[in-house]
Ligand binder design. Structure first.
Ligand code: ATP
Ligand code: MG
Length: 415
């Protein structure tokens, strides 16, 4: 559907006398038989013209000449967002390793050159051969950067001189890892060598952008390959803001792909640091290095703490075991423990704890109001008392509310 929307935008631009193609990731993904995330359009029409032609549009990256165009008819394309229409451009000098100092609008050939990797530098004319395009091959693909050959050979290669291209924007080094592993490609040796020699410079990139790239890598099924390649290219240290390590990724490799981002980070951290050492200094460091959200940081901390607690499983009583199993994010912790090969006794004991007729987290027989009802004064001792009576309930020592109240009375009776 999103392709249809992009094609109708291209048709309209073409009717107005402009060159307009599908560009970048969507061309690559179609040729690989993958479903593109989105469809980007590139055109020689300047942004003002794009905005005039499409009533429902909005400039998004004015400095780069990008206009977001929404489909004319809402119902027909419901659910879809806008399509990015970018004017062909050439980028000037990058003096800061992050942004070009200036851009100039140009043609498709120059626009291909400013893109990062050959397989990302392809265009497609969806109207070919209906409206024949001399630059297009049979599939309608327009290739100014020899991207098709790399796509067929499954190689990720920087366009042009790799040292220069990574020097322009150091984030491209992380993008190289993301695309290589996500597509299951190999990295061209000269491209890899350039990354290795420039890896330290990654720290000039904002932590938000670094964290964003790492998240994209680790939330993809090829997450372990991505971490591995980061280490091979010496990007792990600058990404995580710590010393480089070529840790064997045993835990991360065995982690189920469905595990959360925080669990992936926990597994990787365990492979790079010992579990005991991982807390809390490393969590703090990674939080800053990757701009982790509070939620991800909390989950990461909980997983590591629970994994440490779980080492004592054989000596824990029933109440302690049940309380561990019902802690927030335990589902993630158990994934990590399984990957560590340390979950056997927990997995063996859990069904019996769930099915013991009491349950893992039954509603408590007594609460604070009951204690007040019994004439006790609220205070710090309340929590201990409630914890103790609930432990007795979890263990099956107390089976009903009247017994729980009697237990409390007994415990608090003054001799
Ligand atoms: P994805 O499927 O992850 O969105 P994509 O190839 O569409 O992959 P985007 O980040 O959406 O990647 O960028 C779209 C296109 O813009 C890329 O294919 C590439 O041609 C170009 N591009 C994006 N970021 C950069 C960059 N930092 N340097 C050079 N070119 C870039
Ligand atoms: Mg994209």
């Amino acid at each position: 559907m999103s392709r249809d929307a992009a094609v109708s935008i291209i048709r309209k631009l073409r009717e107005a006398g402009h060159v307009a193609y599908l560009a970048g990731g969507c061309v690559r993904d179609r040729l690989l038989g993958l479903i593109p995330k989105d469809h980007d359009v590139a055109t020689d029409a300047p942004p003002e013209t794009v905005q005039k032609l499409f009533r429902r549009s909005q400039p998004v990256g004015e400095a780069f000449g990008v206009v977001l165009v929404y489909p004319e008819c809402r119902e027909k394309n419901s659910g879809g967002g806008g399509i990015e229409v970018a004017t062909f451009r050439t980028e000037g000098v990058y003096s800061d390793g992050r942004h070009p100092d200036a851009i100039e609008f140009s043609d498709a050939k120059h626009d291909a050159q400013r893109r990062d990797f050959t397989v990302n530098g392809l265009f497609e004319d969806p109207l070919h051969p209906e409206q024949p395009n001399l630059d297009a091959d049979d599939d309608g693909v327009i290739d100014y950067v020899a991207g098709r050959a790399d796509l067929d050979a499954r190689v990720l290669r920087a366009i042009g001189d790799p040292d220069r291209r990574f020097g322009e924007d150091y984030l491209r080094m992380l993008r190289a890892v993301r695309f290589t592993t996500r597509l299951g490609f190999t990295l061209d040796p000269a491209t890899a060598e350039a990354i290795r020699s420039l890896s330290e410079s990654l720290s000039q990139i904002s932590r938000e952008r670094i964290g964003g790239e790492l998240r994209l890598m680790l939330t993809h099924p090829a997450f372990a390959d991505a971490a591995d390649l980061l280490q091979q290219l010496c990007l792990d240290g600058p990404t995580l803001n710590e010393d480089p390590a070529d840790a064997p990724l045993t835990t991360l490799r065995r982690l189920s792909p469905g595990a959360d981002y925080a669990a992936k980070l926990a597994a990787w951290m365990i492979d790079r640091h010992s579990l005991a050492e991982a807390l809390p200094a490393v969590v703090k460091r990674w939080r800053k290095a990757l701009c982790l959200s509070n939620d991800d940081t909390d989950t990461l901390g909980r997983i590591l703490r629970q994994a440490i607690t779980a080492q004592d499983w054989p000596t824990m009583n029933v109440a302690q075991s049940k309380r561990l199993l019902t802690q927030a994010d335990w589902d993630q912790t158990i994934c990590v423990l399984r990957a560590m090969g340390k979950s056997n006794n927990i997995d063996a004991d859990t069904p019996a704890l769930i099915e013991d007729g009491i349950g893992l987290a039954p509603p408590a027989f007594v609460d604070g109001a009951d204690l007040i009802g019994l004439g006790l004064k609220p205070g710090p001792a309340f929590k201990t008392l409630l914890d103790d009576v609930y432990n007795a309930q979890l263990q099956g020592d107390i089976r009903q509310r009247t017994d729980a109240l009697a237990w409390v009375r007994d415990r608090t009776a003054t001799p």
